[in-house]
Design a protein around this ligand. Structure first.
Ligand SMILES: Nc1ncnc2c1ncn2[C@@H]1O[C@H](COP(=O)(O)OP(=O)(O)OP(=O)(O)O)[C@@H](O)[C@H]1O
Ligand SMILES: [Mg+2]
Length: 334
């Protein structure tokens, strides 16, 4: 693997879900790269395919999903084509995920110490063994990671069950569980959304610090563009199972190239506490998606070509990519 090669590279990912209504063409040609030490945010409204993309990376798609195209290269190997036992080895140890629903992610019958120990010993196998004493170097590693995520009283916390912890502490334990195996890539799906805003901000900033000091790469999934800017270096804006725009985090805020990103930014809650305007309408029907540009039915700038040709994701400026006919024609006329 060369120095310039990304740690993770998703190319032309296509995933269909087999449903009662028919074949839902959910993920349609998604492309995404993450370099070593980089935090990439995947942003988009509910149902746009963020979690499905994350689950595809880990080989944890639901049984009714069918991968119809693409590759997911991680350190030179295509995760979509690895045998399950190899993927199992990668999950938890090289790639760790913090799932969207924190209440289901901790096992209620094992103590924090037991759950951490199992990740250390089996690198992600998560076969907690009840009543095993946490000793020696493993115990030191568990304490070290609890301190790192700023759990007060780490010693006492090792012996506690998840129900004995507050929501904020449970979230920290989940981060500790994800980090204790020293992964190279962390996937965090809506981290902290279930928490108070102040606690959430604090946790986000702490993860950012861990990333900075640890050389970790992160895929950060959120519906909130404001959160994405706070935590990430680059932002991928997703719409209807496709990538609409890619840009450095600060630049997306300055100027959005895709009309959907403009709407998404307007939906970020203002400092006044009022919600922005947002975007009229809802995500496409994946069984019968719009034939060309999937955003066309909702787009204030739509033109004839938008329902005829699918816009390709093209580099509009150095480091900025957009899939939009309107942007292309605007550049030509300007
Ligand atoms: N097991 C499944 N069977 C059929 N359709 C599914 C399944 N899981 C997800 N989908 C559909 O795939 C689409 C993308 O789902 P996904 O969970 O990736 O959305 P998301 O972007 O993570 O949304 P949210 O912000 O609400 O978490 C949605 O329309 C969803 O209904
Ligand atoms: Mg999701």
């Amino acid at each position: 693997m060369s120095l310039m090669e990304p740690l993770l590279a998703i190319q032309d990912l296509g995933i269909h879900m087999l449903t009662y209504e028919g074949r839902a063409r959910v993920i349609n040609g998604v492309r995404l790269t993450i370099h070593k030490g980089e935090t990439v945010a995947l942003v988009g409204e509910t149902g746009c395919g963020k979690s499905i993309t994350a689950k595809a990376i880990l080989g944890l798609l639901p049984p009714n999903a069918e991968t119809v195209s693409g590759s997911i290269m991680f350190k030179g190997r295509d995760l979509l084509r690895l045998p399950e036992e190899d993927l199992h080895g990668i999950r938890g140890s090289q790639i760790a995920m913090i799932f969207q629903d924190p209440s289901t992610a901790l096992n209620p019958v094992f103590t924090v110490g037991e759950q951490l120990t199992d990740v250390v010993l089996w690198q992600g196998a998560r076969r907690a063994t009840r009543g095993r004493r946490v000793t020696g170097a493993v115990r030191q590693r568990c304490l070290e990671i609890l301190r790192l995520v700023r759990i007060p009283d780490p010693e006492g916390t090792l012996g506690r069950y998840p129900v004995e912890l507050s929501g904020g502490m449970r979230q920290r334990v989940l981060i500790a569980l994800a980090l204790v195996g020293r992964p190279e890539l962390l996937i965090a799906d809506e981290l902290g959304t279930a928490l108070d805003v102040s606690v959430q901000d604090q946790i986000l900033l702490e993860v950012r610090e861990l990333v900075r000091t640890g050389g970790l790469s992160v895929l950060y999934i959120t519906h909130n563009l404001g959160v994405a800017r706070l935590v990430s270096d680059r932002i991928y804006v997703m719409y209807g199972g496709e990538i609409a725009e890619v840009a450095p985090a600060a630049e997306v805020f300055r100027r959005q190239l895709h009309p959907y990103s403009q709407g998404l930014l307007a939906a970020v809650p203002r400092l006044t506490g009022r919600m922005g305007e947002g975007i009229e309408g809802r995500i496409p029907d994946y069984v019968n998606p719009p034939p060309a540009c999937r955003f066309e039915p909702r787009c204030p700038f739509r033109m004839e070509i938008c329902s005829l040709n699918r816009p390709l994701l093209l580099e509009a400026e150095p480091g900025r990519w957009v899939a939009c006919h309107f942007h292309g024609s605007r550049e030509e006329s300007g």
